[in-house]
Write a protein that binds this ligand. Structure first.
Ligand SMILES: *Cc1c(COP(=O)(O)O)cnc(C)c1O
Length: 371
């Protein structure tokens, strides 16, 4: 049986009529830039999250870049974040002229370790950027106490956490500003690129609105030097068609995760845990092998059985070639470096069937029997 890592076709089949109609409407109205579909989605997603302001932008990467700029992060500043993340979390810092200060992650949840954050705060820290990784919340309360003590704003990278919660609150509502991505394979994904900035602060929202649209306050009135980074109207139409299903799809992911746990419990693999503070929405289902050799062998074995897997992420940001060029030396990050060599992401999507989950788990057990 061929089992894909994600199955976007299976998802499209479920919502085809609804989404096609919404896209067709945008095309027939030739409302390609801004307009009803974008404004409706901005309002609906902000309401869903429970924030006052939502600004659609061109991607998650742009959301992070523009949100940091709106916070005033720039030359000489440091931003505390993690190295165990997708690289664009950190690119947004560097592209604003600031430097990343890398905080190690917790070995159980793989998210920012508040104790290490405390160590890494300095006079130059202009923002703290925790990443809600794999669909699970960072432990925000201790991070917030540190942020408040030093009067530093929090930017949540929520690109993997659509609909996930921290102590009952929707992710992206806790810090000062939050960034979402609608990359097609995210829990809420467009049919191309898209992103979103969420905040309760009207000034931050207005700054991002100007930045995303040529620095304009009104037509041909350019208050600041800006960019062109809007959420595309056709993508907004797709997202409007999908938003009502997000909670159901997240529940289906949680059901799939429960089945994986049940069937893999007696293998040598370390399975993902759900921290007591949040609801995991399993953007990724990430297991940990005993060693790099075992992980690579397991991945190859699954590949040869027709099962696609991934590694998120194989090289921490501070070890990426692009980051060696920067004029700053990075400290060792023992947990980050260790887990990068052992983690493996198994197939995970709302439509994954029992039969597919069984086939993945049987292949894993077979690997350990024959190893
Ligand atoms: C996907 C992702 C991004 C980037 O979003 P794009 O829409 O692909 O630009 C940033 N941070 C994290 C944690 C992500 O998963």
């Amino acid at each position: 049986m061929e089992i894909p890592f994600v199955d976007l076709s299976a998802n499209y089949e479920r919502i085809q009529a609804e989404v096609d109609n919404r896209m067709k409407k945008v095309v027939e109205d030739t409302a390609f830039i801004g307009g009803d579909s974008v404004e409706t989605f901005e309002q609906r997603f902000a309401d869903y999250l429970g924030v006052d302001h939502g600004v659609g932008v061109a991607s998650g990467t742009d959301a992070i870049f523009l949100a940091l700029k709106a916070l005033g992060v720039g030359d000489g500043d440091e931003v505390a974040t993690v190295s165990h993340t997708f690289v664009s979390t950190v690119d947004g810092i560097v592209n604003n002229g600031a430097r990343p200060k890398f905080v190690d992650v917790d070995p159980d949840t793989y998210t920012m370790d508040p104790e290490d954050l405390e160590e890494k705060i300095s006079e130059d820290t202009a923002a703290i950027m925790p990443v809600h990784l794999y669909g699970q919340a960072v432990d925000l309360d201790p991070i917030k106490s540190i942020a408040d003590e030093h009067n530093i704003p929090i930017l949540e990278d929520t690109c993997q956490g659509h609909g996930s919660t921290y102590r009952g609150e929707m992710l992206g509502t806790y810090g000062d500003i939050a960034c979402y991505s609608f990359y097609p394979s995210k829990n809420l994904g467009a049919f191309g690129d898209g992103g979103f900035v969420a905040t309760d602060d009207p000034e931050l929202a207005s700054a991002v609105r100007k930045l995303r649209e040529y620095g304009e306050s009104e037509k041909y009135q350019h208050e600041i030097v800006g960019y062109n980074s809007r959420l595309d109207a056709i993508q907004a139409a797709v997202l409007n068609g999908k938003l009502d299903h997000l909670d159901d799809w997240n529940s289906e992911r949680r059901d799939a995760a429960a089945k994986y746990r049940d069937r893999l419990e007696n293998t040598p693999l370390e399975l993902p845990i759900e921290a007591e503070w949040g609801k995991h929405i399993y953007h990724l289902y990430v297991v940990r092998a005993e060693s790099e050799t075992q992980r690579d062998a397991l991945q190859n074995y699954l590949e040869s059985s027709g099962i696609s897997t991934g590694i998120h992420y194989p090289i921490p940001v501070h070890q990426q070639p692009s980051y060696q060029e920067l004029q700053c030396s990075f400290e060792r990050l023992p947990v980050t470096e260790d887990i990068a060599s052992k983690i493996l992401s198994l197939p995970m999507y709302p439509e994954i069937t029992d039969q597919q989950i069984n086939a993945v788990c049987d292949a894993i057990k077979q690997f350990y029997i024959s190893a």
